[in-house]
Ligand binder design. Structure first.
Ligand code: ADP
Ligand code: 5GP
Length: 205
């Protein structure tokens, strides 16, 4: 897949389940324009408040496996026994509109995206503490059957890997965490890679 210089910045966002990634991404996209989001496919069940085609494309395992066979994913992974994947159109559609692109993927997906798109930037979001992470998982799981202890155990392993990411953000105060991501996006828009083509045109450099 060709990502040319006209294309926006890819930002891969990873966090242990329950940290607040989805909530933060929603705020960032409300606060600043031209920020796209790659809508993943998943076989997991839809949560209350989630919209098919906005948060995810909810598909069954057969449909997902057919997409794997047809090579329709940039990356896919098994997370908590469910399949999750980023389809090629979900990325190319957004980048062709010259937006920046937020990708919410797990550690396996982030590794693969970094490999395929070396110019992408990665952001790891941490909870303020493990106790708070547990509270957030419990708070969200009223209508869901989730094994909180399993997620906490997995989170400990995931957190070890935050050192591989370009940016680390602690989601204590929600608005502050969103502001930090907005600052990264806005700063990247002023990077010479992005600005020079326009400046060259205006000033005939
Ligand atoms: P993730 O997408 O990382 O799994 P969610 O965005 O679903 O996590 O957030 C998990 C829960 O934590 C939700 O109930 C959300 O409202 C809550 N939450 C997220 N960020 C904060 C925060 N900074 N302070 C308090 N609660 C938060
Ligand atoms: P949730 O079910 O809580 O929405 O997501 C569970 C995990 O799957 C999160 O870590 C999330 O980042 C990850 N995830 C969501 N979409 C994708 C995807 O397309 N690819 C990969 N590899 N992980 C994903």
């Amino acid at each position: 897949m060709e990502i040319g210089p006209k294309n926006g910045q890819i930002l891969v966002i990873t966090a242990p389940s329950g940290t607040g990634k989805t909530t933060i991404i929603d705020i960032v996209r409300k606060n600043i324009g031209r920020v796209g989001y790659s809508i993943s496919h998943t076989t997991r069940r839809q949560r209350q408040g989630e919209v098919n085609g906005r948060h995810y494309y909810f598909v069954d395992r057969r449909e997902f496996e057919k997409m794997i066979e047809a090579d329709e994913f940039v990356e896919w992974a098994v997370v908590y026994d469910q399949l999750y994947g980023t389809s090629i159109p979900s990325i190319s559609r957004e980048l062709s509109l010259d937006k920046d692109l937020l990708m919410d993927v797990d550690i396996q997906g982030a590794r693969e995206i970094r490999r395929r798109f070396p110019e992408s930037l990665s952001i790891f979001i941490l909870p303020p503490s493990m106790d708070i992470l547990k509270e957030r998982l419990k708070g969200r799981s009223t209508n869901e059957e989730v094994n909180i202890d399993l997620r906490i155990k997995k989170a400990l392993g995931e957190i070890q890997q935050c050192r591989d990411y370009d940016f680390i953000i602690v989601n204590d105060d929600l608005n502050q965490a969103a502001r930090e991501i907005e600052a990264i996006i806005i700063a990247q828009r002023a990077h010479r890679k992005r600005r020079l083509p326009l400046v060259q045109k205006i000033f005939h450099l």
